[in-house]
Design a protein around this ligand. Structure first.
Ligand SMILES: *[C@@H]1O[C@H](CO)[C@@H](O)[C@H](O)[C@H]1NC(C)=O
Ligand SMILES: *[C@@H]1O[C@H](CO)[C@@H](O)[C@H](O)[C@H]1NC(C)=O
Length: 446
């Protein structure tokens, strides 16, 4: 043994002896890796499972749209009261923030969205939506039930928390960007990392999927009014035809992604709305078109936005029409891309691997859909993943936002236990690393 090696050994021995023996802050790696499975068994107990299912069905029967989730929010607060969990209310109109743990930093958040969709439910079952034209067709009812399930697990195991867990019950994810309003109302104060789950009815039960980096696109909307001069359809020389101009605008818009974007940088531009004219023999005064555009980075997104405006105005002018273009409105705001933190991805792989075995974690292909969780990720490291809730009895499982959407409730314990395990592990690792650790706080690549 060399001299320096001997010194090292003495130092290691010193470290070993100076450690308090078997305090809770020193769970062995084996004990730590058992937590996710223990939490899952707990969440699967009949009483806990039935309670989560009950909460989910109650919310499913009474779907409420963005910023109108008054009953849902009330139900959440009643459940938190029952568990003895303190909370802050209201934020962002109906939002609730619950707190579990020491009340001291670090603060780490888990989030559920509460709103439903403007859609008539077509699934015939005992707990079908009782509100005509509204439906939980995106699983937010399950998101709330799983977050309450996680709250129960964490409250029972609060001795394991090396800091504070903040429960985010957020309104208005569907298009209104409730997350943005939560942030404006101070929800992220002190919070250093955040996790979110989305149910996936196409992914088998007990599987999860996600990836490091961008997973969902940023999304924006545009609307343009193209004005010409109406007149008799048989005397075109006396009119300025906005239908023809709008048609050329649409064709030109289709060349932005195909000719101006990097083929390896996925983008979408769709014109989904075309309103103009009403008669067979009248050229209308104006046409309104509108659509959505998607991209995975701010740069691509802003480039696309600028070119949409230039092309609409320029192309309309070719046919002597004027055009005005608008982008954001109160109920249609821009969502940034959803970008997962790479260190949190490692944490997720460890926790999900411990709970579900490695084969349960699938590498997700990025999707062009969007999610307002991205607003949190613009401020702090965040991690979003999909949880399998496929209904194996269905011949052809319906996608989210389908009136036939239906989840497999057996997936609820997985979501509750994953939420809870992620934050326990996050706080534990943070605590162990002390203030010198920058891993989970590395934010540069966002
Ligand atoms: C377009 O705008 C100009 C300037 O305001 C106006 O003179 C012209 O008449 C407009 N053309 C149409 C087709 O509306
Ligand atoms: C993207 O743009 C938004 C709004 O301008 C900004 O807040 C955010 O920090 C930007 N994100 C990145 C990764 O540059």
């Amino acid at each position: 043994m060399t001299h320096s090696a001997a010194i090292l050994w003495v130092f290691v021995l010193f470290l070993f002896l100076s450690k308090p023996i078997s305090s809770e802050s020193d769970l062995s790696p084996e004990e730590l890796s058992e937590i996710p499975r223990n939490f899952l068994s707990f969440a699967r107990k009949a009483e806990i499972f039935d309670w989560m299912v009950g909460v989910r069905r109650k919310i499913h029967e009474n779907p409420e749209l963005g910023y109108e989730e008054f009953e849902t929010s009330k139900l959440i607060r009643q459940e938190l009261d029952q568990m003895g969990i303190p909370y802050k209310y209201p934020l962002a109109v109906t939002g609730v923030l619950g707190f579990i743990g020491s009340g001291e930093p670090p603060f780490v958040a888990i989030r559920a969205d509460m709103d439903a969709l403007l859609l008539q439910e077509m699934v015939e079952w005992d707990h079908k939506s009782k509100n005509d034209g509204k439906m939980h067709a995106c699983g937010h009812d399950a998101h709330v039930a799983m977050l309450l399930g996680a709250a129960k697990i964490l409250q029972e195991n609060r001795h394991l928390l090396k800091g504070t867990v903040v429960l985010f019950f957020q309104p208005a994810e569907e298009g209104y960007g409730g997350a943005k309003k939560m942030i404006e109302d101070g929800a992220l104060e002190k919070v250093e990392a955040i996790f979110g789950i989305h149910v996936d009815t196409l992914l088998p039960l007990g599987e999860v999927s996600s990836r490091s980096g961008p997973i969902l696109a940023g999304s924006g909307f545009f609307e343009a009014v193209i004005s010409g001069k109406g007149g008799h359809a048989a005397i075109p020389q006396q009119s300025i035809d906005p239908i023809l101009a709008a048609s050329n605008v649409i064709v030109s818009l289709q060349q932005l992604v195909s000719r101006e974007a990097d083929p390896l940088d996925s983008q979408v531009l769709t014109v989904a709305k075309f309103h103009g004219g009403g008669a067979f023999n009248v050229i209308p005064d104006s046409v309104t078109i509108g659509g959505t555009f998607r991209a995975f980075s701010n740069e691509s997104f802003l480039q696309l936005k600028q070119r949409i405006k230039e092309v609409i105005i320029g192309q309309a002018a070719v046919q002597r029409c004027n055009a005005s273009v608008s982008f954001e409105s109160k109920d249609k705001i821009f969502f940034p891309p959803t970008v997962n933190d790479k260190d949190l991805h490692k944490l997720f792989q460890r926790v999900a691997g411990d709970m579900l075995s490695i084969s349960g974690v699938k590498e997700m292909q990025p999707l062009m859909g969007s999610e307002d969780f991205s607003f949190y990720q613009e401020k702090i490291p965040g991690y979003f993943f999909l949880l399998g809730m496929k209904d194996e009895t269905a011949e052809k499982p319906a996608h989210a936002h389908s009136p036939y959407f239906r989840i497999n409730e057996d997936g609820l314990p997985f979501g509750a236990a994953l939420h809870a395990s992620m934050v326990v592990r996050y706080l534990f690792d943070s605590h162990k690393a002390g203030s010198t650790y920058s891993g989970y706080r590395a934010h540069d690549e966002l």
